[in-house]
Design a protein around this ligand. Structure first.
Ligand code: HEM
Length: 454
């Protein structure tokens, strides 16, 4: 069993030889990395063992494996961070055991569903800024990069709703810096450059500079004008935890690191989901029209009101289906604290396990016609028949995403509002290809042109 007092999880640095991402790059650096992983999983009966000289990595792909690692024997599987420490600092996403519980407790109330109504006007206001920007794009006809667009939107939502601040930084620039770290292909090239003795210093300097910029963002946010002096915001909760004398672990750095965590984990994932859903809708205009029809039926010609959000059920199903086909977090990584056995496979203490959620999401064992875009799979009657743990966009168990429900409200509102005013036309190659970084990104981006509806 894992030591429940375990604090900061083991980690390796960017590009270090021990890094899982580094080990996986030959598999991921392929034309279609997910097809390669799915074929391997088939070949090895769902568990792909990667035996290396100094470590063993087990790639797991079945719902039963996820249940064992994330739920029934979760204490045995400790978070493992790989090159991501500078992104997340010592925030709760990186921590385990009693310390994790203690750090999560004061933040949890910000994600209680009864808070979402408070956030609603700020989410809508962020969408309005996006609509103003898209009106300009519609008039110039220029090609835009959708992930950049949706990432800006998600970041503005987090700043306004959770921190009570305007977004006081240039998200395109700042998130470009983050990508230096989370693009695992950079890990490999960094390493290769080290091996060849080339460009080592330049690359490492760049990475260090990128992380210095990233580390300064929480203070920039805190220093920006307070929007409305709301009493209950996530930022207030973090600062109250810092001020609590009985909680010395929650120091100033903890506040800064929690903010870094939200500004990345709470933005890129939501943004990728929205961008991939716009891509899918551009390929399935009938689904796009259904969203518009639903919006008209529920809201008439007015903007959605808070009480109407739950009624936008088809729009929500589109988002759920998008996260099935393109799960933003496609791999969950843990390290075994003690020995275990999963479906006859011995797991040894120190083994790293990677749950490949993408594979169960695309398996014909769990989904009819799995490559088909079919939002109706998430209609309540059909969803009831789903095999448990075959759909894990937000992971499962006690370490499941804290912001999953919020992200779905953000994206439901964004889809409804943006599609009522605009038709975003995808202008890249079809099908769009995957670039497997820590998140599931589109290879070369998702270029779009925006048309305004008359
Ligand atoms: C579509 C959107 C999102 C997806 C797909 C997603 C996915 C995930 C996943 C899979 C995990 C677990 C990672 C692991 O176990 O290794 C996670 C954790 C987390 N997510 Fe999300 N997330 C989304 C949106 C958000 C939002 C909107 C927020 C907050 C504003 C957020 C904050 C967090 C935090 C703080 C954790 C760590 C929780 C803990 O360790 O206790 N996420 N997310």
């Amino acid at each position: 069993m894992a030591d429940m007092t375990v604090a900061y999880s083991p980690s390796h640095g960017l590009g270090e030889e021990q890094s899982i991402w580094f080990k996986l790059t030959p598999l991921l650096n392929q034309e279609n990395p997910m097809q390669v992983l799915m074929a391997l999983s088939d070949k090895y009966g769902g568990i792909i063992p990667i035996n290396l000289k100094t470590q063993r990595i087990m790639l797991l792909s079945e719902p039963a494996h996820a249940e064992r690692v994330l739920v029934s024997n979760a204490d045995n599987y400790v978070k493992y961070f790989d090159g991501l420490r500078p992104i997340f600092g010592k925030s709760m996403i990186t921590v385990d055991g009693a310390l994790w519980q203690k750090i999560r407790a004061p933040q949890q109330p910000a994600f209680h569903p009864h808070m979402f109504e408070d956030y609603f006007p700020y989410l809508m206001s962020a969408i309005e800024s996006k609509m103003a920007r898209w009106a300009k794009f519609a008039s110039t006809g220029e090609t835009i990069e959708m992930v950049e667009e949706t990432w800006t939107l998600a970041a503005e939502m987090v700043c306004k709703a959770l921190f009570d601040r305007e977004m006081p930084f240039n998200p395109h620039f700042v998130f470009g810096q983050v990508k230096t770290y989370t693009d695992v292909m950079n890990h490999k090239s960094l390493r290769l450059k080290n091996v060849r003795g080339q460009l080592e210093e330049i690359t490492q300097d760049e990475a260090a500079k990128a992380m210095e910029i990233w580390g300064s963002i929480p203070d920039t946010v805190i220093g920006a004008g307070v929007l409305e002096h709301r009493e209950k915001t996530l930022l207030r909760m973090l600062e109250e935890a810092e001020a609590d004398p009985s909680f010395p672990e929650f120091d100033r750095q903890q506040v800064v690191d929690e903010m870094k965590q939200y500004l990345w984990a709470g933005t890129e994932t939501t943004a990728l989901t929205l961008a991939w859903s716009l891509y899918l809708l551009s390929q399935h205009p009938e689904a796009l029209e259904r969203i518009r029809a639903e919006a008209r039926a529920v809201c008439g010609e007015r903007d959605p009101q808070w009480q109407q959000v739950q009624q936008l059920s088809y729009t929500r199903m589109v988002i759920q289906e998008t996260m099935r086909l393109f799960p933003p977090i496609w791999a969950l990584i843990r390290i075994a604290a003690g020995d275990d056995e999963i479906e006859g496979h011995k797991i040894k203490a120190g083994d790293k396990v990677v749950i490949l959620t993408y594979i169960a999401h695309h398996s014909p064992k769990y989904w009819d016609d799995p490559e088909k875009f079919d939002p109706e799979r998430f209609a309540p009657e059909r969803a009831k028949k789903r095999v448990k743990y075959s759909y894990l966009p937000f992971a499962a168990g006690k370490r499941a995403c804290i912001g999953g429900a919020l992200s779905q409200i953000e994206n439901t509102l964004a889809l409804v509002q943006l599609l009522r005013r605009f038709t975003p036309d995808y202008v890249g190659p079809v099908p769009a290809k995957i670039h497997a970084t820590v998140t599931l990104c589109p290879k070369g981006g998702l270029p779009f042109r925006i048309r305004a509806l008359s």
